[in-house]
Write a protein that binds this ligand. Structure first.
Ligand code: DX5
Ligand code: ZN
Length: 220
């Protein structure tokens, strides 16, 4: 399983005054994806970056841009984030009136479809659409801020999802996001997550040694 694990560092913990350089460093340090947390001060109580920033960052790396939209109503922004160079577009089902329509919009722009479940959001919210989804992002903190404490109660949801995915022989990634560190990374992989998002652990541990921290999350 270890070899198929991907690490998606969240630039939310990067130095925003030099995001381009930070992305080059993450690329060199072995990141698989670049996780971009987009917040609107409405769906979540924090504001981060818009499509123009994503567009300006795009030339700094060829790595997959894993864009996590915490904005509502999300449909209005699918086009601009697609054109800005996102590769995976993940939305929250609560941020749209019509989940099927939002999935269709993302597919229209030939992007991979991700759907995110907050800690209290249940699998049955998205089960109907599972054949149309490329990635399910399980939030292990309440969305809005980096540096929060991992919520172990979401592990059961990861396990149930992994079971559904294997039983139905689907090819869906399970990504986990929030409070991931060296003590819980094995647990989340064992539960069935194959993409780990991390902001504070990757940028802050071991004096900010990105390569070491990415390696440790991958192998532990
Ligand atoms: C929270 C974001 C996460 C978070 C990850 O809303 O989606 O990506 O910033 O940061 P850490 O790893 O610090 O929890
Ligand atoms: Zn995120």
């Amino acid at each position: 399983m270890t070899s198929s694990i991907k690490i998606s560092p969240s630039i939310l913990s990067a130095d925003f005054s030099k995001l381009g350089e930070e992305i080059v460093s993450l690329d060199k340090a072995g990141a698989d994806y670049i996780h971009v947390d987009v917040m609107d001060g409405h769906f979540v109580p924090n504001l981060t970056i818009g499509p123009e920033v994503v567009k300006k960052l795009r030339p700094f790396t060829k790595k997959t841009f894993d864009v996590h939209l915490m904005i509502s109503p999300v449909d209005n922004y699918i086009k601009s984030f697609s054109e800005a160079g996102s590769d995976i577009i993940t939305f929250h089902p609560e941020a749209t009136d019509n989940i099927a329509h939002t999935i269709g919009l993302i597919k229209k722009y030939n992007k991979k479809v991700g759907v995110s479940l907050k800690p209290k959001s249940r699998i049955n919210l998205i089960e109907k659409y599972i054949n149309e989804i490329d990635l399910i992002l399980i939030m292990s903190v309440e969305p809005g801020f980096g540096g929060q404490k991992f919520m172990p109660e979401v592990l059961d949801k990861v396990k149930s999802l992994r079971k559904i995915i294997s039983e139905r022989n689907l090819k869906i990634d399970i990504e986990i996001d929030g409070g991931i560190n060296f003590n819980n990374s094995k647990q989340v992989k064992d539960a069935g997550a194959n993409i780990l998002v991390s902001g504070s652990t990757i940028f802050n541990e071991n004096n900010g040694d990105l390569k070491k921290n990415i390696g440790l999350l991958r192998s532990s």
